[in-house]
Write a protein that binds this ligand. Structure first.
Ligand code: BG6
Length: 509
């Protein structure tokens, strides 16, 4: 359904990677599906010295629209005409006057009427100065002549303290209702489906607790390395880049109580409670409960892969983790005593994000079971990506004499649906912000709470040189020590595929 309220979208960092990789394609998809409001325009801004035309040309290249396409009425041509650019020095509050004039111009030309979203696709150290400079030009407050919203990207802070102080400075100019913090995992269709699976089916929820669940596994593995983001990644590491945000958000959806209503605050109150119930890992228990790793050189399909330390922009003695696996407990009535194992890493054998609910086995084993064919526990695998869907594993009688049991799968793939188009996360998140729905955006208190969970771990890693960082060959499932976390006989992580390489070195770095 077309968005009703007319509005302007101002993108800071418009010549950057996020704008071209995600925002322009998402906006174009929304435009092509006729979802954008009747009066809508985009102003890109930033320090790059571009004209409207040069910015449009960038968009044409990204969208592969040839420049001899000129016919009005053609969706691509019409979309390109929505784009504008004004170059300003974002660090100079006085420069924002020029932005304000451009906004007034475009607003008038398109008959928008004052509503505006500011999207900060910039490095986070610019968030405060941008918010403050917008306020100096009176561009921050919603009023009867139009609302104002501000979207920011992760990372929100570097630790609890910096997240608090960022929030403090943002709250001086924008209130919480105006702030939309993107965690693009929440925009993924299959992530939203976790709530629907749990709360729209009578069969799962009665089992979704410590009486029936043995443990829960959340994995997000990537086969790519750090690409050309060395400068950022070496300061962040897997804990700040993936676990503090995306993976803890997945945890909240798996573990939350049913909200009273499907409203933004009802849902976000429940997810916050999960984070508040996670038992922080004290510094002295970090070595035992958290395994960190860094990929080392190896060969994958005959191609030599560099070690993390040999990637561009990385210090040769870097101790930044590219892999982390940890064990958490949620201290509440539903989950008391159930371990949650979470892991993520770069240069693992494949790209997969999945949640596995491991149910307890039957209290008494009646049938003869063969360890190779049946592991005596039911598993529900929620596949977030790339093969979106769901899989239930259960035991079935092997046909023939006796009562032998083997595992079989009930397997649903989104791709089997007739209407199987899964929209990109950014499309959904942009629509939601345009409609003023913050359900899929992270609230400030939840971000701070998530930092409270990871801060003690980061502190221990920084201050206790005895906590090892393990090398794992690129193309393998991370340090072998991560299996130790699970710690029970016959139990391991679910490995969706085999190691691709074993010629590298497992070692302590
Ligand atoms: C980003 C991280 O937030 O998420 C990247 O900064 C990571 O390092 C990416 O590659 C993963 O997202 P997705 O959607 O590909 O799983």
């Amino acid at each position: 359904m077309q968005i009703r309220e007319n509005q302007l979208l101002v993108i800071f960092g418009a010549s950057g990677d996020l704008t071209s990789r995600k925002l322009i394609p998402a906006l174009f998809a929304l435009h092509s599906q006729k979802l954008l409001p009747g009066a809508f325009a985009v102003i890109g801004t930033g320090r790059s010295d571009l004209s409207d035309e040069a910015f449009r040309q960038l968009a044409r290249e990204v969208l592969k629209i040839s420049d001899d396409k000129k016919t009005t009425g053609d969706p691509a041509v019409d979309f390109i005409h929505l784009l504008h650019y004004v170059s300003i020095d974002t660090l100079q509050p006085s420069a924002y006057k020029k932005l304000k004039e451009k906004m007034e111009d475009v607003d008038q030309k398109f008959g928008i009427g004052g509503n505006c979203i500011f999207y900060l696709a910039t490095p986070p150290d610019l968030y405060t100065i941008i918010a403050e400079s917008l306020a100096i030009q009176h561009l921050n407050k919603s009023s009867s002549s139009g609302w104002r919203r501000l979207i920011i990207e992760k990372p929100v802070g570097y630790n609890y303290q910096s997240a608090r102080s960022l929030h403090k400075s943002l709250y001086a100019y924008f209130n919480e209702e105006q702030l939309y913090r993107i965690d693009h995992y929440l925009g993924k269709e299959t992530v939203q489906n976790v709530m629907v699976t749990r709360f729209s089916n009578g069969i799962f929820e009665p089992l979704w607790n410590r009486n029936y669940v043995h443990h829960v596994e959340i994995t997000s593995s990537e086969s790519i390395g750090i690409e050309n983001r060395g400068g950022y990644y070496d300061k962040a590491g897997a804990m700040r880049d993936m676990l503090q945000n995306h993976l803890l958000q997945l945890l909240t959806l798996v573990a939350m109580e049913p909200p009273t209503l499907i409203t933004s605050n009802a849902i976000r109150n429940e997810t916050l409670k999960v984070l508040q119930s996670v038992r922080p890992i004290p510094a002295k228990e970090v070595a035992e409960n958290v395994i960190r790793g860094q990929y080392t050189e190896s060969t994958i399909h005959g191609i030599r892969m560099p070690s993390y330390r040999n990637e561009p922009g990385i210090k040769p003695d870097s101790r930044t983790e590219t892999f982390v696996a940890l064990k958490l407990f949620i201290e509440n009535w539903r989950w008391g005593g159930v371990p949650f194992f979470i892991r993520t890493g770069k240069r693992l054998p494949t790209r997969v994000t999945e949640i596995v609910i491991h149910f307890k086995s039957t209290p008494h084993k009646l049938f003869c079971f063969d360890e190779n064919r049946h592991n005596a526990e039911n598993q529900l695998v929620i596949r977030i990506q790339p093969d979106e869907g769901m899989l239930l594993k259960f035991g079935m009688k092997v046909p023939g004499a006796g009562f032998k049991v083997q595992d079989v799968n009930m397997n649903f793939h989104y791709s089997d649906l007739a209407y199987n188009h899964i929209p990109e996360a950014y499309q959904r998140l942009l629509i939601d912000c345009m409609q003023g729905d913050s359900t899929l955006f992270t609230r400030g208190d939840a971000i701070e709470q998530a930092w409270e969970i990871v801060d003690p771990i980061l502190w221990a890693w920084e201050n206790d040189r005895d906590i090892p960082i393990y090398g794992y060959p690129a193309g393998t499932w991370g340090p072998r020590e991560s299996d130790r976390l699970i710690g029970e006989p016959n139990m391991t992580w679910r490995y969706p595929c085999k190691n691709l390489s074993d010629d590298g070195i497992y070692c302590e770095l």
